[in-house]
Design a protein around this ligand. Structure first.
Ligand code: UD1
Ligand code: CA
Length: 459
């Protein structure tokens, strides 16, 4: 096959984003927009060259060192950006040149594009699309025989050219030998004082080289979307979300309303899991089979087993065992591991804790830095007091212990196996296995006293 290199132009500031974050790092479904472009070409290009400039350290930090980076210190246009990449590219072979802000172009589509270029005789092929609203894109101007003649930017287009609906997606295939010869001679665009890569088209034609167009048609044209502002960012995110959700549904996941389910790229969900609306699955989250998630559930970097039920709850950086039941309104914070069959109910917060198989924390509790065994029951309103104002301490609760309602367990502390804590106790010392511990004010009874109080109230 051909020696094919990928080049992604990603140095621009992204002024129209109005952001302190470099445009290329603005996330879509949990990944920077540039990530999608890179993923789309990784598998079929020999090497990938990133032209970076604005925010380049942050871009390099994210994408790591197995790419070739070229710095474009001053952003003098797309032609100038590619010129900077030339010394890093071979003398011969093919280059697939893309913009870092067109993340919807899929691998399949770009493979077809490259294949088309390789089959034709042209030295360059432009990927074009038909848009109902071509505003903001360079227009493809063809001659009377339908051949590409030039690409005119919106700002320089004559009124009749503005009506053209065929646009430049900013994606090109080049024969490297031709590119190496002609790009260095590309002049500045007089209108803007920048080097426009699009101006290479008439120059190649003048030099007798063929320039082809590969057109996206119908629905494919939506993939041409270039992100210049936050409206387009939201549009691209919606399109990617639709793809992710469709992919999962075809793999056996039920979504009650896919338009109201937000899943990051790379999240895994097992067969027969049902997802209700307003559910958000982010980061490195993996969900098993036969779960029911939502409504209103937010999982971040969390591994969920099979048959888990989780509604109206938030879980961060945690592990949830098979058959666990969570929510409504639970908050599970980083470092938590709920083992199989654990129940965490309403208005419960758990932080950095292990909870053993079939244990229950059903209502209104806080559990922090605790190691809880199997079959433990925490009554309503139990608080693990892990913080003494200076340091955090660990609480151990052994298998089958029963913690009565509204107890405070002051860490560091161990509650032995099978121990029983009476409701309303504040426990400050270890409780041995099978012991009962009770620590609360003694109840007093004053006969007939109630009448006096009630009378007073009536007066
Ligand atoms: C560009 C094309 C336009 C096309 C559109 C598709 C030109 C002159 N125009 O316009 O025909 O319809 O893309 O989305 O090429 N960049 C650099 N260095 C620079 C300037 C830009 O690396 O000096 C990068 C940007 O980071 C971006 C890409 O090149 O990823 C395109 O630049 P942008 O300014 O967004 O061009 P558009 O105006 O969208
Ligand atoms: Ca753009």
């Amino acid at each position: 096959m051909y020696n094919t290199w990928g080049v992604i132009l990603a140095a621009g500031k992204g002024t129209r984003m109005k952001s302190s974050l470099p445009k290329m790092l603005h996330p879509l479904c949990g990944r920077p927009m540039l990530w999608f472009v890179l993923e789309a070409i990784r598998n079929f290009t020999d090497r990938q060259v990133l032209v970076v400039g604005h925010g380049s350290e942050r871009v390099r930090e994210y994408f790591g060192e197995d790419l070739i980076y070229v710095e474009q210190e001053e952003q003098l246009g797309t032609g100038h950006a590619l010129l900077k990449a030339l010394p890093a590219l071979p003398e011969e072979g093919k280059a697939l040149v893309l913009c870092g802000d067109t993340p919807l172009l899929s691998e399949e589509l770009l493979r077809c594009f490259l294949q088309h270029h390789c089959q034709k005789s042209g030295a360059a092929t432009v990927l074009t699309a038909f848009l109902d609203n071509p505003q903001g894109y360079g227009r493809i101007v063809r001659d009377t025989k339908g051949r590409v003649r030039e690409i005119v930017e919106e700002s320089h287009a004559a009124p009749e050219q503005k009506n053209l609906r065929e646009v430049n997606t900013g994606s090109y295939c080049f024969d490297l030998a031709v590119l190496q010869e002609h790009l260095p001679a590309l002049p500045k665009n007089e209108n803007k004082g920048e080097y426009y890569l699009t101006d290479l088209v008439p120059r190649l034609l003048q030099a007798g080289h063929g320039v082809e167009a590969y057109m996206l048609e119908g629905d494919e044209s939506r993939s041409a979307l270039g992100i210049n502002d936050r409206l387009q960012l939201a549009e691209a995110a919606a399109a990617l979300r639709e793809r992710i959700n469709a992919g999962l549904m075809l793999e056996g996941v039920t979504m009650i309303d896919p338009a109201a389910v937000y899943i990051d790229a790379g999240v895994k969900v097992g067969q027969d899991t049902v997802i209700y609306p307003q559910t958000v699955l982010e980061g490195a989250t993996q969900v098993g089979e036969g779960c029911v998630l939502g409504p209103g559930t937010h999982l971040v970097d969390t591994a969920v087993g099979n048959g888990v039920r989780c509604r109206q709850s938030t879980v961060y950086e945690s592990r949830i065992g098979h058959g666990a039941v969570i929510g409504p309104y639970a908050h599970i914070r980083p470092g938590t591991h709920l083992d199989e069959g654990v129940k965490v109910g309403d208005f419960v917060e758990i932080k950095n804790s292990y909870i053993g198989p079939s244990s229950k924390v059903p209502h209104l509790s806080y559990v922090g830095d605790a190691r809880i065994g199997a079959g433990v029951n925490m009554g309503a309103g139990c608080i693990v007091v892990n913080y003494d104002g200076t340091r955090k301490h660990v609480t151990h609760i052994e298998d089958d212990a029963f913690i009565g309602c509204n107890s405070n367990l002051l860490a560091p502390l161990t509650i032995g196996k099978g121990a029983f804590i009476a409701a309303g106790s504040t426990i400050t010392r270890d409780v041995p296995s099978n012991a009962l511990s009770l620590s609360r004010a003694k109840q007093e009874i004053k006969e007939e006293m109630a009448r006096r109080f009630l009378k007073k109230k009536d007066q």
